[in-house]
Write a protein that binds this ligand. Structure first.
Ligand code: NDP
Ligand code: 2IT
Length: 451
């Protein structure tokens, strides 16, 4: 046993109290790391796994705010600062009714490895709230963000912990959070990333995760001796920040993305998703995807309640490449089998941990090229770090510079993951490659920094 029984029991207990995602994330990493731990006893001697699976600290706080009807509302806020061996804590904030401490621990744990893989000086963290921005007015979102920051500001700082967006948190929320932080501290500093461009945001941060995921996949296809994206049919789930920009970059590389989905249903447009309509519905009006069919009568909309039992409509559509970009555990064993039967050659995780462990087994057995989240979606946090660098030096990078550096970063992560897998005798296994490469950098730093 390379991790103590008590630690495993603690993780299982936290997961059971909330949901199973933290245990699921840890279990996958432990499985990949067996050969490293067996070949190098230093990690066990320094109890790295026990230390790495325990967050440095966790904050949980009450957020009280007033809605537009003068009713007082109470939500719970969280920040999990997991590990800062490589740099300041860094990771997004998620506002969604499903948020609990277990989900944030899974996301924070994954973030340590993802941030390590970028090669940039950033540690791992995650936070958020069970607040649901859906259906709230801008004013209500602003009041919630102000109340959330009243507590969060005590724990963050440009060299301490730098939050960003995630599900339910985009430029609007980051703007309100930044405004409140500035008001409380009188300090104009890069304490959040994903800010609007006019007050310190980086160009291309909104596009970064989706674009990065496509660059990574392009490189992975090349390593496998397959041609790039030209003419490939792609299926994408989600209709938020990551999904929209994945679709956008797929078009730029010559592919045809034919699906997207939101929490209520899926659109299948065999002629290719109309990006302008999608942006107008989801980014500008925050409306339901069902409206896509108003001007696209050939497109098919399927409501969630009409999906085949246990499956997701997106994964029923025949494709060459699949991009789950909505949320965790959205792609099940049944979906994976359907993708394989339909001749899919690659699956790239734009979302965090969207494939269930059983789905991953199906991909492995069928030699599907599989790009795990912590490598494939690292482009978002990478550009967040570029934003930190721009803020610290009071400069602005051009669009071309950000895009070029993002592309280089994603292609070099892919190469490192590929070579690491090969060095450990599991060529083509990007899960093991990502877990081992991410682990080694952070573990070696922890050892060098002492206990
Ligand atoms: P958004 O809030 O912008 O979009 C999420 C999309 O997923 C929405 O269209 C939402 O539908 C849909 N969705 C469907 N089912 C669910 C569900 N059960 N819970 C939440 N959303 C659901 O988020 P992002 O695009 O930013 O994030 C998507 C995924 O990518 C997440 O896993 C996130 O952790 C990950 N990620 C995000 C990064 C970023 O930079 N933003 C970076 C790296 C990873 P609806 O519109 O109906 O709400
Ligand atoms: O999951 C993620 O990597 C993010 N939500 C982005 C984190 C960041 O700090 O930009």
């Amino acid at each position: 046993m390379n991790i103590s029984d008590e630690t495993i029991e603690k993780i299982r207990k936290v997961s059971c109290q909330t949901d199973n995602t933290f245990f699921q994330a840890v279990e996958e990493v432990l499985e990949s790391l067996q050969p490293v731990l067996e070949s190098d006893p230093i990690y066990k001697r320094h109890s790295i796994l026990d230390r790495l699976t325990t967050p440095d600290r966790e904050f949980k706080f009450k957020v009280v705010w007033m809605d537009d009807n003068q009713n007082i509302q109470v939500n719970t806020g969280y920040r999990v600062q997991f590990n800062n061996a490589l740099g300041p804590y860094k990771g997004g904030l998620r506002f969604h009714p499903s948020v609990n401490s277990g989900i944030l621990k899974f996301l924070g744990f994954e973030q340590i490895f993802k941030n390590s893989l970028t090669g940039l000086p950033i540690g791992g963290a995650k936070g958020g709230s069970d607040f649901d921005p859906k259906g709230k007015s801008d004013f209500e979102v602003m009041k919630f963000c102000s109340a959330f920051m009243t507590e969060l500001h005590k724990h963050i700082g440009p060299r301490i912990d730098v939050p960003a967006g995630d599900i339910g948190v985009g430029a609007r929320e980051i703007g309100y959070l930044f405004g409140e932080y500035k008001k409380i501290t009188s300090s104009y500093e890069g304490v959040l990333t994903g800010k609007p461009f006019m007050f310190g945001g980086s160009l291309m941060r909104p596009e970064a995760t989706g674009y990065g995921c496509v660059y990574f996949t392009d490189e992975m296809l090349k390593f496998a001796g397959k041609d790039g994206f030209e003419g490939r049919i792609c299926v994408v789930s989600g209709a938020g920040n990551v999904a929209i920009h994945t679709i956008e970059k797929l078009y730029k590389l010559g592919a045809k993305p034919v699906t997207c989905s939101d929490s209520r249903g899926t659109i299948y447009d065999s002629r290719g998703i109309d990006l302008e309509t999608l942006k107008e519905i989801k980014l500008q009006r925050r409306a339901s995807l069902e409206e896509y069919c108003v001007n696209h009568s050939d497109a098919i909309y399927t409501k969630v309640e009409d999906y085949p039992t246990g499956g997701h409509e997106v994964w029923q559509i025949p494709c060459d490449c699949a991009f789950p970009c909505a949320t965790q555990n959205e792609l099940t064993e049944l979906d994976a089998n359907t993708l394989v039967e339909n001749g899919c050659i690659s699956v790239s995780e734009g979302a965090n941990m969207p494939s269930t462990p059983d789905a991953i087994e199906v991909f492995k057995k069928n030699d599907i090229l599989f790009a795990p989240a912590k490598a494939a979606n690292a482009g978002g946090v990478a550009v967040s770090e570029f934003e930190m660098a721009q803020n610290a030096s009071m400069t602005k990078w051009s669009y071309e510079k950000v895009d070029k550096t993002l592309e280089q970063t994603m292609r070099s992560i892919c190469k490192r993951v590929h070579l690491t897998a090969r060095d450990y005798g599991v060529e083509g296994n990007y899960i093991d490659g990502a877990n081992i490469a991410g682990f080694k950098r952070v573990a070696d730093a922890m050892i060098a920094e002492g206990i």
